[in-house]
Design a protein around this ligand. Structure first.
Ligand code: PMP
Length: 455
């Protein structure tokens, strides 16, 4: 492909190194330049319209043209465009947002700490828990357990907690004290004839065994997404969270719910923790918090977590951690407006209702020769593609089948992502049934074309 010299595409290739992109292939293919958004749709620089079936990166609740968020940002920019929270300084938007999040929390929480990305939030959580262990006179208690296929970000600690090979390979990760236990993916990891219930029991037993082998007194926390997103939309078996929490409680291990994707309505309730009966000590939020109109993340901690940290900061003199832009007034103002819209328009209920429709419609694809499994809850879904349904095998090169189907879908005006061979969908919470109908037409066409190609 020849890119027109001086075009945006050519300049992108010349100057821009992209994350999650094959840098060499990009020099040949160039970017897709997205120019503007309208509701659940975006337009590229050639005027093509796409249904944003991923809400960006599992990100926007209110779609791509919410003027109230632009106005809230502009108002705050005019009033106080920046301030920080070091040395006890504060500002209205951060105070209001902290209060609002504690009010929304699915379990009693004590404090909110602000950060700028999901990765930074998880990284900070791990650091503050090390600090807490030291404060509690338990310097040996530093291990965190996450799960294979889990996604917690890409900074050094959060990439270590992420359980995907691509985030470790050639990066010299994971770091010490980060362990990975099994993933609750019954379709892939369940044994022949094993029920979901038996599978959940086995995963809880495996976790118990890992804790015993490591020494329960060395294990500090367990981090998990209520529903795994980037790992291929993995919905846990019904009894999974109950069984896992019994193990954690037995050993006084803290639960960190990474709600970066699930938070604010994605699973049909305000938090995924509510959908799955999780009682986290720490709850991590980003993405739909501001609809990602601004990079802002945060986590809440309960009193059990806060108190030793407060003591330690007092002993040392200051909590030696914090980010220049954290709790940014513009981001916080956008988040407050975004949460107001989610509540006023009851987008959580819309997620449950239209999401229920999406799930039912997607399940009609189960008979398609390429569909191994359809998974999901409310407005997050995964369609795992296989070439041989009985053997559950895809193409020889992992990701080839999923990548092809996602490319077909794109040609038909739908943006999705391929998590290896699982097509993932996570549309904005404002979607309607008619958007879903359009999505399904494109999806059927794309699967049929993929079948012709691989059939
Ligand atoms: N946690 C989860 C569950 C995520 O899905 C993501 C991003 N996809 C992150 C953390 C990392 O967020 P960020 O990309 O903002 O660092």
């Amino acid at each position: 492909m020849t890119l027109h010299p001086n075009s945006a595409e050519a300049r992108d290739v010349a100057y821009h190194l992209h994350g999650y992109t094959n840098a060499r292939a990009h020099q040949q293919t160039g970017p897709v330049v997205i120019e503007r958004g309208e509701g659940a749709y975006v337009y590229d620089s050639e005027g093509n319209r796409y249904f944003e079936g991923m809400a960006g990166l599992w990100s926007t609740a209110v779609g791509f043209s919410e003027r109230r968020l632009a106005q809230a940002a502009a108002r705050q920019m005019e009033k106080l465009p920046y301030y920080h929270s070091f040395g006890g300084r504060s500002h209205g938007p951060a105070i209001d947002l902290a209060e609002k999040l504690i009010e929304l929390a699915p379990v009693p929480m004590s404090k909110v700490f602000f950060t700028n990305s999901g990765s930074e939030a998880n990284d900070t959580v791990l650091k503050l828990l090390w600090y807490r262990s030291n404060a509690m006179g338990q310097p040996h208690r530093k291990k965190v357990i996450s799960r294979l296929r889990g996604y917690h970000g890409v900074t050094i600690a959060s990439a270590s907690m992420t359980g995907l090979p691509i985030n470790h390979a050639s990066f010299d990760l994971p770091i010490a004290n980060v362990l990975h236990t099994g993933c609750p993916h019954h379709y892939r990891e369940g044994l022949e004839g094993e029920s979901e219930e038996q599978f959940a029991t086995r995963l809880a037993d495996d976790l118990e065994a890992m804790i015993q082998a490591e020494g329960p007194e060395t294990v500090m926390a367990f981090i998990a997404e209520p529903v795994m997103g980037a790992g291929g939309v993995v919905v846990p078996p019904a009894t999974y969270w109950d069984k896992i929490q019994q193990v954690l409680n037995r050993h006084d291990i803290l639960l960190i719910a990474d709600e970066v994707i699930c938070g604010f309505g994605r699973t049909g309730q305000m938090f995924g923790s509510q959908t799955y009966g999780m009682k986290p000590d720490i709850l991590v939020m980003s993405k739909q918090l501001t609809s990602t109109y601004f990079p802002l993340s945060a986590f809440m901690i309960n009193a059990r977590v806060f108190e030793p940290i407060a003591d330690e900061s007092n002993r040392i003199g200051v909590l030696g951690h914090g980010f220049t832009g954290a709790g940014h007034p513009v981001g916080a103002a956008i988040a407050l407006e975004n949460l107001a819209i989610i509540q006023e328009r009851d987008l959580v209920a819309n997620s449950a209702e239209v999401g229920g429709y999406l799930q039912a419609e997607l399940r009609t694809l189960a008979d398609h020769p390429l569909v191994g499994e359809v998974r999901g809850v409310a407005l997050i879904a995964g369609i795992e593609l296989v070439l041989d349904k009985a053997a559950k095998t895809a193409a020889e090169t992992p990701g080839k089948l999923g990548g092809y189907a996602a490319a077909r879908l794109f040609e038909h005006g739908v943006i999705s992502r391929a998590a290896v061979d699982t097509i993932t969908l996570c549309p904005p919470l404002i979607v309607t049934r008619s958007d879903i109908d359009g999505l399904l037409v494109a999806l059927r066409k794309s699967l049929d074309e993929t079948l012709v190609e691989f059939g």
